[in-house]
Write a protein that binds this ligand. Structure first.
Ligand code: 5GP
Ligand code: MN
Length: 334
């Protein structure tokens, strides 16, 4: 839950230093990018010198976010900082090249909502009850009286909206809506923002979905659904990595499905596994941790070495074992 003293400690560090790096996880989502920009804008307004780095740079689909140009790929020559802040990043090496670009930092701050976050850094504030890291950033800004304006609010709103599946996932609380209300009161246009977030996809994303649906498999009497993407298909369609964010929701949305999995062949000999659960009885973070990954109980991922078919079989076998052990307790839904 909210920890006032932690916010005070972090607030003090922010006020007392000048040079900041604000970082987020590789393959960023709306929460990582929106949280990074929001905190950066607040610190900038406070007169601080701020770098906002992400290994992947600003994604095309989030480039409408206010002041999106502030967020860049990290430079190849490392720099020195007073304070480096990791946002929404469960393990430090998921900062990727952004981590390498920090030659030194007097203080490391870690702000996140992933339960699997071990609390790395000098000051860690992990609140796994928050549905988005942006909620924690909002509280930090508000509790410490840091600068707050509409640009910051739009970034936070986009982050919270995307990480809660448009205010639908179970961790969405009355409190989440109260924060959203406060953000909207800055004058932001919900209709326009939602259109930019959810009704502005490139056509190739739908073409990708068509190919994924061709590979769709159901197992365990429809409790497990999966699909996969080869490098070859991705190249043929000309898709970007960011194009597949959220497509797994089509599998999760099917009646009877408890676990949805997306397998994506990567160019480094690994497979990116993305997993969702619809049931408290199946913790996909625990399953992904067996493969070196992590995340949340209902949304997790891993990068697993091996060919696409190999990784599919290993991961699906693990899920079948988990689902099989539940079967006696819960009859299949049809
Ligand atoms: P997604 O499936 O959307 O890529 O990720 C779902 C959740 O799992 C996110 O919260 C993300 O941080 C986490 N996650 C995804 N991939 C990995 C991974 O390779 N390692 C860890 N530790 N977490 C991951
Ligand atoms: Mn997040």
């Amino acid at each position: 839950m909210m920890s006032t003293s932690k916010f005070q400690e972090i607030g003090q560090i922010l006020r007392d230093h000048q040079r900041f790096a604000i970082l987020g996880h590789v393959r960023p989502d709306g929460d990582a990018l929106g949280s990074q920009l929001a905190l950066a804008l607040s610190l900038q307004a406070l007169g601080k010198e701020v770098r906002v780095w992400n290994e992947d740079g600003m994604l095309e689909k989030y480039s409408f976010l206010p002041r999106a140009e502030l967020l860049t790929k990290p430079p190849s020559t490392p720099e020195d900082f007073d304070v480096a802040i990791a946002l929404d990043t469960a393990i430090q090496n998921r900062l990727g090249t952004a981590l390498v670009a920090i030659r030194s930092s007097k203080i490391w701050i870690n702000i996140d909502h992933h339960p699997s976050n071990p609390g790395y850094g000098d000051v860690a504030h992990i609140d796994s009850s928050a549905p988005a890291t942006a909620e924690i950033v909002f509280h930090l800004i508000k509790s410490q009286g840091l600068p707050f304006n509409r640009d910051i609010a739009e970034n936070l709103y986009a982050a919270i909206s995307t990480d809660t599946g448009s205010f639908q996932y179970p961790q969405t609380s009355a409190h989440t809506f109260e924060i959203a209300a406060e953000l909207i009161r800055t004058g932001l246009d919900v209709g326009r923002l939602s259109q930019q977030l959810y009704e502005n996809y490139p056509r190739r994303r739908l073409e990708l979905l068509r190919e994924l649906l061709r590979t769709m498999r159901f197992q365990q009497e429809g409790r497990v659904a999966s699909f996969g993407l080869t490098l070859k298909t991705a190249a043929e369609l000309g898709v970007l990595p960011e194009d597949n964010e959220g497509l797994i929701d089509h599998l999760r949305a099917v009646r009877g499905v408890i676990v949805a999995v997306f397998f994506e062949e990567l160019s480094d000999g690994k497979v990116r596994v993305s997993m969702r659960s619809k049931s408290d009885t199946v913790d996909v973070c625990a399953i992904c941790q067996k493969f070196g990954g992590g995340g949340h109980a209902l949304a997790a991922g891993a990068r697993v070495r091996g060919s696409l078919p190999e990784v599919e079989e290993r991961v699906l076998a693990e899920i079948r074992a988990k689902i099989g052990s539940l079967k006696a307790a819960a009859p299949p839904m049809t």
